[in-house]
Design a protein around this ligand. Sequence first.
Ligand code: SAM
Length: 354
Amino acid sequence: MENATLESILQKQARYAVILSDAYLALKDFPPNSIDCVITSPPYWQLREYAISNNHSSQSIGAENTWAEYVHQLTQVFCEIQRILKPSGSLWLNLGDTYVNKNLLGIPWRVALALQDTGWILRNDVIWEKLKGTQPVTDRLRNNHEHIFHFVKNQRYYYNMEDIRIKPRLMPISTGENATSATGVSGKKYRAQIANSDILTAEEKKNAIQALEDTLQQIRDGHVVDFRMTIRGYQRTLHGNGSKTSGRARELEQKGFFIMKSYAKGFAPSDIWRLVPEDGVKNRHTNHYAVFPQELLRIPILATCPPDGIVLDPFVGTGSTIFAALHHDRYAIGIDISEDYINSIKHQLNQVLF
Ligand SMILES: C[S@@+](CC[C@H](N)C(=O)[O-])C[C@H]1O[C@@H](n2cnc3c(N)ncnc32)[C@H](O)[C@@H]1O
């Protein structure tokens, strides 16, 4: 193991380090609370054969006889990760599932629950919908998703939502009297609907007009980019009449209207990511499976690794995590048991960086 390189990166004297080793053994050499963010995809249980060209094949994770042993092995590794992660840190864990005797085992969740039992806090179960691939199945549906679990060590942790918000489209007409919502209804039309309503009380009409004017002002000020107003008796609602369960329905019942707004600062991405899997990147001669698309790494890095923080991938494979971390100006460490992969990453980094 390249201790000097590890130390230099921990002291921010180098941008990256790649370590040829079994992950568990290498992690033992890391000081506690030293890493900001871990993003990784360990070998799936009994699913893939990795080209391990050195003598470490006996330690290759995924070759265990039972899923229980696999879960145990991974739990050991992630206990070490927990030790070396900073209190503000995050772990993003991608796992796929396995069928045995036609039985889908639920491996990702078995691992996730085992990690929760060792103290990890699970913040998200991201579904990665792989926008690709056919499977020759005839008695079940195609499997097109994998899980990416986001874990933290503490209830308070680093999270930069501002850098990952999805920006809304701007309204075509965003000022004045005629401000138009996504549904094509202008402020003017809402105003008329309120005035002509024979369902709303005078008090409700007054409040509805005031809320509409406030929203139009927010648009003129640039804080809101779109809105939609629902007025009792006019617009169709999607939430049924369950005012006991739906906040919107309750608002409609109590106030006679509600307004939904899209704020200019954008909104949080959802936990479903539709991304095409990577199958060979230009300038990266690889026959590796389960390569992370660069886009998959963007949210974990921007949201949970501070600028100048260190990203670690203990099962780094082709080095996608390192390349993405460097691209986003973070420091990066990768570990892999395969000499071929480690050499390939070093080769590419030399080409890219020097
Ligand atoms: C699913 S792949 C990771 C792919 C990676 N996310 C990428 O984008 O290329 C899992 C990797 O774990 C490595 N591996 C298997 N057992 C290991 C162990 N005990 N320690 C470290 N790496 C191991 C394999 O060589 C393989 O490259």
